[in-house]
Design a protein around this ligand. Structure first.
Ligand code: G1P
Length: 290
């Protein structure tokens, strides 16, 4: 079998979670539980299911719980062993054994582009994936796997997109692009969080990217843009000027779990799909006089 070319993924997790205050005042938003797993575990599992073996998480102050979650909990395992709960230990070990985890601290939140640049020295000279933890995509074939399969056939930078309602374009990077082969769009240009009037389409960037190391050179030259942050979108625009770059329409139900309403929707859907809780939760929902 041919060796997969993309084995490293960067997960930026240094953001302050201002859309989810007050719960994010002292707790990382990435650790908010979707049923019984923190948001970031869904994203890591998606990456691992897509063949990724090295996960690079960009953290910041107050994010220690993320490192603890993907580490072995020695004290907890001792207690579980002494009380005969070996099954629990096996389940917990699956979390820390999933991949090799590396952490880089971004000392100041300076934007998504800057967060990704922090991983430059760990990526080296390989294509790599970026997954944003706010975007939870539910599909039998994980979103990143869909994109890596496309990359193996068409080795070029690829950005995951989905169509959004025009009233929502202001929340996303929006593509100016033309349909190309195999569910791909050839990107001409990207506009970060445009107004409805400025938006070149309704194709929104959702948080999955396959990038090439050249992006780091471009990020190093990128000046602070929208919101005075180093925007990945600006560096991607520079990359489109040099290389063919595609948008790929991701299949699956996508939730913006960094937003309170999106998080509630994701919670209901994931709870309904849960093998233990799904049926009793459905019965409960049916009883609600909505
Ligand atoms: C970031 C990107 C934006 C993209 C979005 C997807 O924005 O800058 O282009 O559409 O993620 O979730 P953020 O949501 O971090 O403000």
């Amino acid at each position: 079998m041919r060796k997969q070319t993309i084995t490293k993924a960067v997960i930026p997790a240094a953001g302050l979670g201002t859309r989810f205050l007050p719960v994010t005042k002292a707790s990382p938003k990435e650790m908010l539980p979707l049923v019984d797993k923190p948001l970031i575990q869904y994203v890591v599992e998606e990456a691992v299911a897509a063949g990724i073996s090295q996960i690079i998480i960009i953290t910041g102050r107050g994010k220690r719980a993320i490192e603890d979650h993907f580490d072995i909990s020695f004290e907890l395992e001792e207690i579980l062993k002494n009380t005969g709960k070996d099954d629990y230990i096996r389940d917990l070990r699956k979390i820390s054994d999933m991949a090799d985890f590396c952490y880089i601290r971004q000392s100041q939140p300076q934007g998504l582009g800057h967060a990704i640049l922090c991983a430059k020295h760990l990526i080296g000279d390989e294509p790599f994936a970026v997954l944003l933890g706010d975007d939870i995509v539910d599909n039998d074939v994980p979103a990143l796997k869909q994109m890596i399969d496309v990359y193996e056939r068409t080795p070029a930078p690829i950005i995951g997109v989905q169509q959004v309602d025009p009233s929502e374009v202001y929340q996303y990077g929006i593509l100016d692009a033309k349909p190309a082969l195999d569910e791909l769009y050839k990107i001409n240009h990207l506009v970060e969080k445009p107004s409805v009037e400025e938006a070149p389409s309704d194709l929104a960037v959702i948080g999955r990217y396959i990038l090439i190391p050249e992006i780091f050179d471009l990020l190093e030259k990128t000046k602070p843009g929208k919101n005075n942050e180093i925007q990945l979108t600006d560096a991607l625009n520079d990359l489109t000027a040099l290389r063919t770059m595609y948008g790929y329409q991701i299949k699956g139900n996508r939730y913006d779990a960094g937003d309170k309403l999106g998080f509630l929707q994701a919670t209901v859907q994931m709870a309904l799909k849960n093998s233990n809780l799904g049926e009793p939760f459905k019965q409960y929902l049916k009883k609600l006089a909505l």
